[in-house]
Design a protein around this ligand. Structure first.
Ligand SMILES: Cc1cc2nc3c(=O)[nH]c(=O)nc-3n(C[C@H](O)[C@H](O)[C@H](O)COP(=O)(O)O)c2cc1C
Length: 454
């Protein structure tokens, strides 16, 4: 696996203005502010108070129990996030069915796992109350892994919405591929029903909201780009968004307003048309076109789905050039800073066109200690409403508390974007966390499973 190119020395930059200028000189526009108050401002969402605008994003630790319950490591992770003081915690992806797992230790939501998941939410909220005196707004990400599915022995079992020449030869997270089965309309209907049931269980577990995951390589995102699929779930915009709308309507019917609904959505796929969503509709052209994502966001707001986290396949890839294909091409550059700048710009453009929504951004961990200034600046200047951090939560779960208490984000506690957490799952197929900042737990796993040092 090739290395990510990181030309900037964040440790040598004195302040956020330095950071902004260096980036600007390379044509990358980032909003910054040293005043953290915008990020600490509470707000109301569906009648509930979100205590601040710092969000921890879903990071699956590949560390549930074989029967899909949260393990001790998962309890530990969410206690740390909650005690850290983030206003919003977006719990990692949980499978709606056994066949929708992307790895043998992904959590599953069903009647058997419900008591432990309920305990996870309750105890995490208690940890937050004890540490910072507020309860976060809790979102659970529901997923069916689709073409990313694997069985209990890590054998790929890819279920696709359509054949996709750009992605069919690497279906599993480790780059291996299985024989692709294209889901029938009946199978999609079964998945739709599974999401609705899973939302009802999430409501009983005590979550504030469920995320109907339409991002990354999973099946509902793939349906958005199913231009070449025949039948009622493919082709036209209406057909490609049908499954998502059926799920939203079904949840409302079953749960009323007992649980909020939100989405993590790809702003664009970094895969050319007719196989990518949010891309210019010219065959083979790698360029974003936000027309359909904007249209979809407006439809979501009309259905009272107000919280939208914009993402892309992986923010390290640009929607220009090689896109997600760079992952498997040793000659293609990976430029995370340009990738994040592109995604934030797209977030700003979508937010400008869609009123009534609350947008969360993605990719701030790449900016290390300057993630806080960009989060605050982005909110202050109207680029987005919630600053979303992924790997920073693994490395430095109490950074929101440091910001709240005026210490700011401490460089020596930050994620160094070494990607070892990703290596743990991609190469090691094992439990993931921060190998550098949480080394007592994760360095031994890295040595054993990635470096094979026993
Ligand atoms: C180990 C690992 C697990 C992840 N698990 C999920 C997941 O369960 N759901 C999801 O939507 N994104 C997942 N992501 C993506 C992150 O949420 C986030 O978008 C990404 O790390 C980029 O943000 P960052 O630069 O702030 O880390 C995962 C990323 C990593 C590294």
């Amino acid at each position: 696996m090739k290395k990510v190119i990181k030309p900037y020395k964040f440790g040598r930059m004195q302040n956020s203005q330095d950071f902004q200028q260096v980036m600007k000189a390379d044509g990358l526009d980032f909003p910054v502010s040293d005043d953290m108050s915008a990020m600490l401002e509470p707000f109301e969402l569906h009648g509930k108070i979100v205590p601040n605008r710092i969000g921890i994003q879903p990071l699956e630790g590949f560390d549930g129990t074989p029967d899909g319950c949260p393990s001790d490591l998962i309890f530990r992770r969410y206690h740390r996030y909650a005690a850290g003081g983030a206003g919003l915690i977006w719990y990692e992806s949980i499978a709606i069915s056994d066949d929708g797992r992307c790895n043998p230790l992904q959590m599953i939501i069903n009647e058997h796992t419900l008591p432990e998941i309920t305990r996870l939410v309750k105890e995490s909220d208690e940890a937050a109350m004890a540490s910072v005196g507020h309860k976060p707004y809790n979102v659970l990400q529901l997923t069916h892994s689709g073409r990313r599915s694997n069985d209990e022995n890590w054998k790929p079992t890819p279920l696709a919405a359509v054949k996709n020449p750009y992605m069919d030869d690497h279906t599993s997270i480790d780059g291996s591929a299985g024989e692709i089965e294209v889901a029938t309309d009946e199978k999609i209907e079964e998945i739709v029903a599974g999401f609705i049931q899973a939302a009802e269980l999430s409501m009983r577990a005590g979550f504030d909201s469920v995320d109907i995951k339409v991002c990354h390589e999973y099946i509902l995102r793939e349906l958005l780009s199913a231009f070449t699929r025949p039948g009622k779930y493919g082709g036209s915009f209406e057909n490609r968004t049908r499954a998502l709308m059926e799920i939203i309507d079904g949840i409302r019917e079953l749960c009323g307003d007992g649980i909020d609904i939100c989405v993590r959505l790809n702003a664009y796929d970094c895969v050319p048309y007719p196989y990518g969503w949010g891309m210019k509709q010219e065959e083979g052209v790698m360029q974003p076109d936000l027309t359909e994502p904007i249209k979809l966001c407006k439809m979501l707001v009309e259905r009272d789905v107000r919280l939208i986290n914009l993402s892309t396949m992986m923010p390290r890839y640009r929607p220009f050039g090689a896109g997600i294909m760079a992952e498997h091409d040793d000659d293609a550059d990976i430029t995370p800073y340009a990738g994040v700048a592109d995604l934030l710009k797209a977030t700003k453009e979508i937010k400008e066109q869609v009123s009534g929504a609350v947008f969360m951004c993605t990719g701030l961990t790449w900016l290390e200690q300057f993630g806080a200034a960009v989060g605050a600046g982005g909110i202050e200047q109207g680029w987005f409403d919630i600053a979303g951090f992924g790997r920073q939560g693994f490395a430095y779960p109490d950074f929101p508390k440091d910001i709240m208490q005026g210490r700011g984000m401490q460089r020596n506690k930050c994620c160094i974007t070494c990607d070892k957490c990703y290596d743990l799952i991609q190469i090691g197929h094992c439990q993931s966390g921060c190998v550098i900042r949480d080394m007592d737990v994760y360095l031994p796993l890295y040595r054993e499973h990635v470096q094979h040092k026993g």
